[in-house]
Design a protein around this ligand. Structure first.
Ligand code: FMN
Length: 361
């Protein structure tokens, strides 16, 4: 089940041109199973209407006048108590200053002051505002109090200037929210190594022998481990995917690269999940230069004067790579389902190839 399932998420939207992206974030969170309540500041409402958020979350969106409505007290204190996380995206310099100094003059900032949940802020601001010492001081103060600050990034700004101030994209913010929600999960303080993607065996300096693995399975497993609080190392063959936020990525092109990386990373790992599709064979003698259609033409091509390619089978390993042989960090016991230490060295390897990986298209 997703870490977002049935989580009560408060999303504050402030007066930045990036406010339109908050609708996408609210939609993604809702699709992931979260219950999303949106609170707009008066300036935020100038950019996007509450109706937009109501439409994507299926729940009422709140604006500043709700602070003075009949349920005012219930709203901000109730929100503050029940929420699993408060996200402010985009967060203006103005709202950041209010949060840093405990100013509570609108529904969002009153709620933030009453909230007992983690706070995640995605600042967005234009030309020089982010670099201003006042903003930097406020940022440092909020960080010190434990807030998670995501971005901003460098790039084109609404004013036409270029600099640091762009709000991080919703899909990436989602990754950070996953980390915050999962940080006390079942795998907290555990190191989990995940392999992913289809390995590539060089035929010559420009061509490779590979397979159709997309890497999606391994990346999803890495994401799931992150959502349970694990420290994740993703040993990945080349893929077209973006690495999950929070994973440490170790690129590995060939089977040998992957094996070396896995052995190295498993020295202190608690678990190894092998989802990569590794080659069973590699060219015995990769060409030093580009063959130009000559030396390494594939045997399956008919009617040509080709030379069959010599392949070497990847050696079978008699022993498992041996994840989880390391002592538990923080004195915690073995992971459920892992082998007792005395048996780890004798466990049967799986049948295929060096790292016995189960690939997927
Ligand atoms: C077109 C426009 C774009 C703005 N964009 C930003 C922005 O990206 N970041 C920011 O800090 N302020 C921005 N502002 C200024 C804020 O809207 C203003 O400081 C406002 O008081 C913020 O109120 P709030 O923090 O309660 O939403 C912008 C203003 C306008 C008119």
């Amino acid at each position: 089940m997703s870490v977002f399932h049935d989580k009560h998420i408060l999303l504050g939207v402030t007066g930045s041109i990036a406010a339109y992206k908050a609708a996408d974030l609210a939609s993604k969170l809702t699709q992931s199973g979260a219950l999303v309540d949106v609170i707009l500041t008066a300036a935020g409402e100038k950019f996007v209407s509450p109706l937009t958020f109501q439409s994507v979350t299926g729940r009422r969106a709140y604006a500043d006048q709700d602070l003075w409505g009949n349920e005012a007290h219930v709203i901000h204190v109730g929100f503050g108590k029940s929420a699993d996380i408060l996200i402010i995206a985009p967060c203006t310099a103005d709202t950041m200053a209010k949060l840093a100094h405990g100013i509570a003059d609108n529904l969002l900032t009153v709620t933030a002051l009453a909230a007992q949940c983690p706070l995640l802020i995605a600042p967005a601001m234009d030309g020089g505002m982010f670099d201003h010492p006042a903003t930097q001081e406020n940022l440092a103060r909020l960080k010190e109090r434990g807030a998670t600050i995501v971005g901003p990034t460098q790039g084109h700004l609404a004013s036409g200037l270029s600099g640091v101030g762009r709000m991080v994209e919703p899909i990436e913010i989602l990754g950070y929210i996953r980390l915050v929600l999962g940080r006390n999960g079942k795998l907290a303080r555990r190191k989990v190594v995940v392999t992913a993607g289809g390995t590539q065996e060089p035929l010559d300096p420009v061509r490779v022998l590979t397979n159709h693995s997309s890497g999606k399975q391994g990346y999803a497993l890495a994401e799931a481990a992150l959502a349970s609080g694990a420290d994740v190392v993703l040993v990945t063959a080349p893929t077209a995917l973006s690495a999950p936020v929070g994973a440490r990525v170790v690129p590995a092109q060939s089977v040998q690269n992957m094996l070396d990386a896995v052995i190295e990373e498993c020295r202190d790992a608690d678990a190894l999940v092998m989802a990569a599709a590794v080659a069973d064979f590699r060219p015995a003698d990769p060409a030093a230069g580009h063959g130009g259609g000559g030396a390494h033409r594939m045997p399956a091509l008919e009617g040509a004067d080709f030379a069959p390619m010599q392949m070497s089978r990847e050696p079978r390993r008699e022993r498992p790579i041996g994840p989880v042989a390391a002592p538990r960090r923080g004195g915690r016991g073995p992971l459920p389902g892992s082998l007792p230490r005395s048996r780890r060295g004798r466990a049967e390897p799986r049948s295929r190839g060096a790292a016995a990986q189960g690939g997927q298209p």
